[in-house]
Design a protein around this ligand. Structure first.
Ligand code: NAP
Length: 249
């Protein structure tokens, strides 16, 4: 990859572990200054920032619940104060609250929608004015194969992830003339806390459906995010990129 990300500034939400952590590490390795957002994981977020610093990079831990607009505004203000710009936003923070729809409580419906969808809305709204002024920006939204195909027991999560695709495409159209791209990734099953907690039987069932016959690792996603941030990817916008080992073929 051409080293054209040097000195850029990224905000990665939900970067304390899993996919977000791998994305933050990868961007930092490309010379990007990274704001490491977390909600409850202060210690792992600080460990990640220390690791990036030890590798010669720059990172800043920032606590904020992305479902709370005031906290998002204050987080983006801190990034701006620290580095004066935001070039890359990775809306990665996500939760799931699985239950069959007939038994799903309103709270269980609302929680993933609030974090996964409203969180992305708040973060995008907060960084766009900066990107518009800079006349360059990269927004990457972490959707899911489940948002494309649906999944029993995940109507709430799937709805939030499908809605993220609509958000991505609409934002892409709104800001394309400002040299800002917005794309969604649709990961398949990636080995993070979210998937590790599934039963072995379920993991085997998933594996049987993946032509590549392995679960993904966070680095599979981080590499695609890094590519989408480069100048080479500057003509790609409004896309849903599946990174799923062939699951959705
Ligand atoms: P994970 O290991 O469970 O990590 C989730 C991250 O989101 C954590 O850093 C967590 O921070 C953060 N987070 C949760 N609620 C938050 C909130 N209200 N505000 C700010 N941050 C919050 O998840 P993952 O597997 O890496 O997934 C990352 C993203 O990829 C999610 O959007 C997920 O839906 C999507 N995805 C994952 C898979 C998969 O197979 N793993 C597949 C498709 C899509 P704290 O720990 O600090 O609270």
């Amino acid at each position: 990859m051409a080293p054209n990300l040097e000195g850029h500034v990224a905000l990665v939400t939900g970067a304390s572990r899993g996919i977000g952590r791998a994305v933050a590490l990868r961007l930092a390795a490309e010379g990007v200054k990274v704001a490491v957002n977390y909600n409850s994981g202060e210690a792992p977020a600080q460990q990640l920032v220390d690791k990036i610093s030890a590798q010669g990079g720059e990172a800043l831990p920032l606590q904020a619940d992305v479902a709370e607009e005031a906290q998002v505004k204050s987080m983006v203000a801190q990034v701006r104060k620290q580095w004066g710009r935001v070039d890359i936003l990775v809306n990665n923070a996500g939760i799931r609250k699985d239950r069959l729809l007939m038994r799903m409580t309103t709270r269980e419906w609302d929680d993933p929608i609030n974090v996964n969808l409203r969180g992305a809305f708040f973060c995008t709204k907060a960084v766009l004015p900066l990107m518009v002024r800079q006349r360059r920006g990269r927004i990457i939204n972490m959707s899911s194969v489940v948002g494309v195909a649906g999944n029993p027991g995940q109507a709430n999560y799937a709805a939030s992830k499908a809605a993220l695709i609509g958000l991505t495409k609409s934002v892409a159209k709104e800001v394309a003339r400002r040299n800002i791209t917005a794309n969604a990734l649709a990961p398949g099953y990636i080995l993070t806390g979210m998937v590790e907690e599934l039963s072995d039987d379920l993991k085997q069932m998933i594996l049987d459906r993946v032509p590549m016959n392995r679960l993904g690792v966070p680095e599979d996603i981080a590499g695609v995010v890094a590519f989408l941030c480069t100048d080479e990817a500057g003509y790609i916008t409004g896309q849903v990129i599946r990174v799923d080992g062939g699951l959705a073929i």
